[in-house]
Design a protein around this ligand. Structure first.
Ligand code: AMP
Ligand code: ZN
Length: 114
């Protein structure tokens, strides 16, 4: 997708600190980490936000979620867990319009969100 930051990262036009990649997914460290562990998992297929995904994308989204929990465990958070967040549109404070799952861990996170 033209002009999409994360599509440019997928294409390798913008560098990222990659954690994992396969034909469908890419995971990389967030540039502005909010916890000791903070990475993003994205589908290579472009969706502007999670509300644009369809039932036929269920397998891809399930794969993304399972890879995310596997990677969080690999980052040393298997015992204490963490948080999986998808911000959506303006009320969700989404800033990059390519679906991404935030995965955070390594400290106790506050709740509810501000
Ligand atoms: P959101 O506000 O949910 O759309 O999250 C977008 C996230 O992308 C933020 O946490 C940013 O810090 C992160 N981000 C923006 N640009 C980059 C980049 N070039 N590499 C890695 N993470 C980025
Ligand atoms: Zn994109």
């Amino acid at each position: 997708m033209d002009n999409c930051l994360f599509c440019k990262i997928i294409a390798g036009d913008i560098p990222s600190k990659k954690i994992y990649e396969d034909d469908d997914l890419l995971a990389f460290h967030d540039i502005s980490p909010q916890a000791p562990v903070h990475f993003l998992v994205i589908p290579k297929k472009h969706f502007a936000n999670v509300m644009e995904t369809k039932p036929e994308d269920s397998a891809l989204l399930g794969k993304l979620l399972h890879k995310a929990q596997e990677l969080l465990a690999e980052q040393g958070c298997a015992e204490k867990g963490g948080r999986f967040v998808i911000n959506c549109k303006s009320d969700g404070m989404q800033t990059v319009e390519h679906v991404h799952l935030h995965v955070l861990g390594g400290r106790t996170l506050g709740w509810p969100p501000g």
